[in-house]
Design a binder for this molecule. Structure first.
Ligand SMILES: *Cc1c(COP(=O)(O)O)cnc(C)c1O
Length: 378
């Protein structure tokens, strides 16, 4: 069989080429490359969809997180609680603004931040009195919203701000409430491989708070005041290109018309073929995932290596998200003394495996993948 795609952006483009080419051509004709009309339009559409008053787009999902922390004036001496099992950005931005990331263990089933571990870590920081607890960053890992009922209670109890990192979560929901509307501020990423991706880097910040939104518009353009040459704070240069906004307007239509439902159908194909063979992804009652990844759990590293090898021989790509918990990243070695005992995050790092997942995956392809896994596991 020819090489299968882990996330097939080529077919997505070919199937929607006319609209996307026209959208790009439209921007080229107007040559309004920075903060053009398309940026305003996609911001309005995304804010309406998510159910927040404001969507402020920016250059990428990492900047989106950092701009939120800057808006809250989080910095030196502040503690920000982040899951230990996530992409590096979630912790990176905390250190980038001078605050201290406190790594919190995750739940085995959902791979999302554990409310129990979070409460324990907050109590620990309060007892030590060296840092001021300020915020929690929750991640909607692999497309599944975190446990917001529990997280919002904890945030209220300790008077902490909640920042939802929805880089992988856009399109997910709990009952009818959409991902990227659970945080006091929420963010997402339009990196091409994310559930809603553009053709380069891009990101967005969501909130319903008027004064935070005003600051976010300022911070993304050099801390501008009345205009770009009146600078009232130290900001960033972090805008979404008009070209990317034009691509997103088209891709957002496809996403809500077709892609989001399709990845949920494909996840069911996988579930049906793999249930009982490996540990399939857990999606709780009332939760809806946007399937940024379809991630199974194997019995041990040995079994995982064998499956990777056999799939790879059949030209089927896989990926390990993530091999290392944040607290063990070299960049963070000065942040925290390592715990000796093995955590849930450690175990996940050894046992997770993400399989090809995208809206253009065919039923036969899922069957081929599942058959190989069945043969290798049994
Ligand atoms: C991708 C990702 C980011 C960063 O987004 P970029 O657009 O690549 O900067 C942040 N957090 C999580 C959980 C991500 O998966």
């Amino acid at each position: 069989m020819s090489e299968m795609e882990f996330r097939d952006l080529k077919t997505q483009y070919q199937n929607n080429k006319v609209q996307i080419d026209n959208a790009i051509q439209g921007v080229l004709s107007k040559s309004n490359y920075i903060l053009g009309q398309e940026v305003v339009e996609i911001e309005k559409r995304l804010a309406d969809y998510v159910g927040e008053k404001y969507c402020v787009t920016c250059a990428n999902g990492t900047d989106a997180l950092q701009l939120a922390l800057m808006t809250w004036e989080i910095g030196k001496g502040d503690a920000v609680f982040v899951p230990d099992f996530t992409f590096f950005s979630t912790g990176e931005v905390v250190a980038a603004v001078g605050a201290t990331p406190i790594f919190v263990d995750v739940e085995w089933e959902t791979c999302n931040i554990s409310p129990e571990s979070l409460s324990e870590k907050i109590e620990e920081v309060l007892k030590k009195k060296n840092l001021m607890p300020k915020a929690i960053i929750s991640v909607d890992l692999f497309g599944l919203p975190a446990n917001y009922t529990a997280l919002i209670k904890i945030a209220h109890k300790y008077n902490l701000l909640l920042l939802e990192d929805g880089a992988q979560g856009f399109g997910g929901r709990i009952n009818e409430k959409k991902a990227c509307s659970f945080g006091d501020i929420s963010t997402t990423s339009f990196f091409p491989a994310k559930p809603l991706g553009c053709y380069g880097d891009g990101g967005a910040i969501f909130t319903s708070n008027d004064s935070w939104a005003e600051k976010l518009y300022s911070y993304r353009v050099h801390g501008k005041g009345s205009d770009k040459y009146d600078n009232v704070r130290i900001g960033m240069n972090s805008r979404l290109d008009t070209l990317q906004a034009a691509v997103l307007i088209e891709k957002f239509k496809i996403f809500i018309d077709y892609e989001l439902e399709k990845v949920n159908e494909i996840s069911e194909w996988y579930n049906q073929s793999l249930r009982g063979i490996v540990e399939i992804p857990f999606v709780g009652e009332a939760f809806y995932s946007s399937w940024a990844q379809y991630t199974i759990k194997l019995r041990n590293e040995y079994e995982r290596n064998r499956i990777i090898e056999v799939l790879s021989k059949a030209n089927i790509p896989t990926a390990i998200y993530y091999k290392k918990p944040l607290r063990k990243q070299e960049a963070f070695t000065n942040v925290e003394r390592l715990e000796d005992s093995e955590t849930v995050s450690d175990r996940l790092c050894k046992r997770v495996l993400s399989l090809p997942m995208h809206p253009y995956l065919k039923h036969e392809e899922v069957k081929v993948i599942a058959d190989i896994i069945k043969r290798t596991c049994c």
